[in-house]
Design a protein around this ligand. Structure first.
Ligand SMILES: [Zn+2]
Length: 285
């Protein structure tokens, strides 16, 4: 599932592969596409779950993969592994095609235009890049969400901070011992800080290769604490983990009724509390 760490890695890969290349053709499904033949790729970056490709001529290509999107690369003439009708975007350079299948959103913006600036201003700080300034994030949250907003929706709100998707949402709430139905109004400042610091640590610790890991305990029992483990025993307390669909746009949340019975992290909490800088849980970047 593409979250901020995945998009960061894709952007870095595409930047190395495409920077300085001239596009032979661009196909954008279902949209009129400006003539971008011969446009040079100037760079590829990401912010949260959005990928931005800067093109010569002042154009900016934006891609949001959503839940099901994926990028493939094919040498010219090699059959694709997915049907052509699922291709949302095709970028062709000499000898190679870069195909983005099933993207949620693809658009071409004017690089310095209103839409690009508006999007930039609406996205919160990218947690894959910077240690979150908690005060700033808290101010954004207070302005942007209602007191009744559940913490699951808060974490997925890319306007507060960008990069957290459904997997990290569940993992971060578990590590912060925060019940998924906790409302923003009931969230302590300490818990708010723990949730976003933990999200930043996890995202940045997963920017290398390999699978996404939130549980770095070398016992061979699992690399995620709760996500995808409904019905299995909690690694920490032994309670049976639960999967629930909840929130504004109901998405699955995996959680532990034993560890996450309350409003969240407390300074006087249990001794196995995951401090945000505890290297046994979240390695240094
Ligand atoms: Zn538990």
């Amino acid at each position: 599932m593409p979250e901020g760490d995945t998009i960061h890695k894709i952007a870095a890969f595409l930047c190395v592969a495409l920077r300085g290349q001239s596009l032979e053709s661009v196909m954008l499904r279902g949209r009129d596409c400006p003539d971008l033949r011969s446009a040079e790729v100037l760079g590829v970056t990401s912010k949260g779950k959005h990928l931005f490709m800067e093109l010569g001529g002042g154009r900016l290509l934006r891609v949001h993969l959503g839940l099901y999107g994926a990028w493939h690369r094919y040498p010219t003439g090699q059959p694709w592994k997915k049907p052509a009708r699922q291709a949302t975007l095709v970028l062709v350079i000499p000898g190679q095609s870069y195909v983005c299948f099933n993207a949620k959103e693809v658009e071409i913006l004017k690089g310095q235009g209103f839409q690009a600036r508006d999007l930039e201003s609406r996205l919160g700080p990218d947690l894959t890049r910077e240690s979150p300034e908690i005060d700033l994030l808290f101010r954004r949250a207070r302005e942007l969400v209602s007191p009744e907003t559940q913490v699951t929706d808060m974490l997925l709100d890319q306007r507060i901070a960008s990069g957290i998707g459904n997997v990290y949402k569940s993992e971060v709430l578990f590590l912060g011992r925060c019940g998924p139905r906790t409302c923003f109004a009931d969230l302590s400042g300490e818990t708010f800080a723990v949730l976003y610091r933990t999200a930043g640590h996890l995202l940045r610790s997963n920017l290398g290769g390999g699978p996404r890991i939130t549980r770095r305990v070398a016992d061979g029992r699992g690399i995620l604490w709760v996500y995808g483990r409904a019905g299995l025993a909690c690694f920490r307390c032994g309670a049976t983990l639960v999967r629930e669909r909840q929130g504004l746009n109901p998405r699955s949340t995996y959680w532990c009724p034993g560890c996450q019975a309350g409003e969240g992290w407390q300074p006087s909490g249990p001794p196995d509390l995951p401090a945000p800088d505890d290297p046994s849980i979240m390695p240094a970047d």
